[in-house]
Design a protein around this ligand. Structure first.
Ligand SMILES: [Zn+2]
Ligand SMILES: [Zn+2]
Length: 164
């Protein structure tokens, strides 16, 4: 059985639940978007769930932010990722990208049900981290300047942590 994750925003206007095969909060994203919109420690922690199982209460309070992303040649494009947040209290809730419609990526910070402790972590998008952020790298942790080698599914499967 996949794990049912339940989450909410700080003010309670939005509550949600989603089934996840990959509930370990191991992926710390230091990109400037996560850091500014969700990253209390200089990073945000992305989970992954099955979009088809997403239940939302209080949808009228939801707002969506699509970040502009520089392409490195002086231009910006608006990213396809839809960052869902509460329009009343501004809590970051989940990321949904129409290019991967079967997935939804809740932020661990919004989840209220207990999550399992990850045996190790992956620190990603380190080239975008703020200078004041000193990552706490554990002995088995992985560091990536951009995207990590393994997908969230692959990381869980490689460790026997995928939940059917
Ligand atoms: Zn709220
Ligand atoms: Zn990020």
């Amino acid at each position: 059985m996949a794990e049912r994750l339940e989450g909410s925003c700080r003010c309670g206007a939005v509550r949600f639940a989603v089934e996840s095969h990959t509930p370990y909060p191991y992926q710390l994203c230091y990109c400037s978007i996560c850091r500014k919109t969700a990253g209390g420690g200089g990073f945000a922690i992305n989970l992954m769930g099955d979009a088809a199982t997403l239940e939302v209460r209080g949808r009228d309070a939801l707002e969506i932010y699509r970040a502009e992303i520089a392409d490195g040649e002086g231009h910006c494009r608006t990213g396809s990722g839809e960052r869902n947040f509460c329009g009343r209290c501004a809590s970051a809730l989940w990321l949904f990208d129409p290019h991967w419609p079967e997935l939804v990526h809740p932020f661990a910070s919004a989840i209220d049900t207990p999550l399992p402790k990850p045996p190790s972590k992956v620190h990603l998008m380190l080239r975008f981290k703020a200078p004041w952020v000193v990552p706490e790298i554990g002995p088995d942790d992985e560091m990536a300047q951009d995207y990590p080698k393994l997908s969230i599914e692959e990381w869980h499967r490689a460790r026997g942590l995928w939940i059917d």
